[in-house]
Design a protein around this ligand. Structure first.
Ligand code: DUT
Length: 277
């Protein structure tokens, strides 16, 4: 008889299993698989030894900018660092609001009144060194944008810029907005870029779209044609859920058998009995 059991793996479980500190490099792909540093993994078969082997095999595929240094004996590429220099004692190191937040909140260092429908440039007294191959995008904080109409402008921070970081804020509301020293006024997202060589050509290649632009694919209500229904990805929580046959022996890799107790994944739990109708 087939009896279904369900085990839920969060990225924290996986990190614990892999004995790695951060779950930010873990990306869920489907119910049964995820990637760690872009290496495909399965929660049923994962072991630290496999991570080491797989990562070593795929290391050549990782862009060189991703790998600042690979310490000997470690399979996990060192993450690029965002260096910040505080230019005054009012400056604050950028912070992230949650474990997986994309943006680093940026703190202003001055009181500044931005009049309604006006703009202001706010000092941060920060200098930054963004890793090569990336840039910093200054983006609005959603709360300030929705409640007070505060948008950011300009917003491209080059990797080679070493001057003081400034934040351009537009007040699109009809009320003045008072910025206080120490406020989190914007966020900076570190985005990967490519800078291809520019080549002038006589003709561009042909495409289906051609020269059609600005609404040529339909109105706002047009149904997109490229949407694939994926039930597994509709879960709201970041969980990897898989189902296995409890009556058959579960294949266990030798490496995972030798793992210390605290790094093992949680035991398989029996699925709750379905109540009789
Ligand atoms: O919101 C922003 C945008 C830019 N900068 C800094 C970092 C960036 O590297 C530099 C130059 O910005 P950008 O290249 O966008 O400005 P530009 O007008 O093209 O100036 P430049 O000729 O110096 O490149 O100004 C900020 O501090 N805040």
């Amino acid at each position: 008889m087939l009896r279904l059991s369900t085990t839920r793996f969060t990225s924290a479980h996986i990190c614990s299993r892999l004995s790695v500190p951060s779950h930010t490099n873990i990306q869920r792909v489907s119910r049964r698989s995820f990637t760690y540093n872009r290496v495909a993994m399965s929660p049923t078969t994962i072991s630290s030894a496999q991570v080491t082997e797989s990562a070593a095999k795929k290391r050549k595929l990782v862009d060189s900018e991703d790998v600042t240094e690979i310490p000997s004996g470690s399979a996990i590429p060192a993450a690029p660092k965002l260096q910040v220099k505080l230019l005054s004692d009012k400056a604050k190191v950028p912070t992230r609001g949650s474990a997986l937040a994309a943006g680093y909140d940026i703190y202003g260092v001055e009181d500044f009144l931005i009049k309604a429908q006006d703009r202001g440039i706010i000092a941060t007294d920060l200098a930054v060194a963004i890793p090569a191959g990336y840039y910093g995008r200054i983006a609005p904080r959603s709360g300030l944008a929705t409640k007070h109409g505060l948008q950011t402008g300009a917003g491209v921070v080059d990797a080679d810029y070493r001057g003081p970081l400034k934040i351009l804020l537009f007040n699109q509301s009809n009320e003045d907005f008072q910025v206080h020293a120490g406020d989190r006024i914007a966020q900076m997202v570190i985005e990967k870029i490519i800078t291809p060589e520019v080549v002038a050509v006589a003709e561009l290649d042909e495409t289906e779209r051609g020269e059609n632009g600005f609404g040529s694919t339909g109105g706002f209500g047009a149904k997109p044609t490229n949407v694939v229904e994926d039930v597994a990805m509709q879960e709201t929580e970041e969980k990897i859920v898989f189902v296995e046959q409890a009556t058959e022996p579960v294949a266990t890799s030798p490496a995972s058998e030798n793992e210390p107790e605290e790094t093992k994944a949680p035991a398989v739990e029996a699925a709750p009995e379905k109540p009789e109708p």
